[in-house]
Design a protein around this ligand. Structure first.
Ligand code: SF4
Length: 138
């Protein structure tokens, strides 16, 4: 099986903080499979570390109030192109990220409040028929 995955889940230090979200359980689960790691925010040209962002009224803004919507959508488009080329059987994405979240995201107030909804990349992948799964549900 071919599995596309949020790169931070595989231990890449691409998280906004400069760290990762290494998930040994997920790596063990797919240890026999081909893994393709992607980080849409890095692919969209954002630096690591970076100011954290959330989706507010359908647009992505960072905690300083600057729009990073263009970078997030560019990164999502690049991930979609990789998925269209590689045709993964499954895409596993990091929970609650404004790019990768599948079930929930933060509400745009930077107060830790969660709302139902997808990140920019997961939404685009899902709209194009790819099977996206939240890391929590693997
Ligand atoms: S954009 Fe996705 S892959 Fe990149 S650090 Fe955030 S959750 Fe991980």
């Amino acid at each position: 099986m071919k599995v596309m995955m949020s790169a931070c889940l595989a231990g890449e230090n691409c998280k906004y903080s400069g760290g990762n979200n290494l998930n040994e359980r997920i790596l063990r689960r797919f240890s026999e499979d081909e893994i393709i790691c992607v980080c849409p925010e890095v692919l969209g040209g954002l630096p690591t570390p970076r100011v954290p962002s959330e989706i507010r009224d359908g647009k992505v803004v960072n905690r300083e109030g600057k729009s990073v919507d263009r970078e997030f959508r560019l990164g999502a488009q690049k991930v979609l192109e990789i998925a269209q080329r590689e045709q993964p059987d499954l895409i596993v994405l990091m929970s609650r990220s404004p790019s990768c979240g599948v079930k929930e995201r933060y509400d745009g107030t930077f107060t830790g409040k969660r709302v139902p909804g997808m990140g920019v990349t997961s939404q685009l992948l899902s709209e194009h028929g790819f099977r996206v799964v939240d890391a929590e549900d693997v």
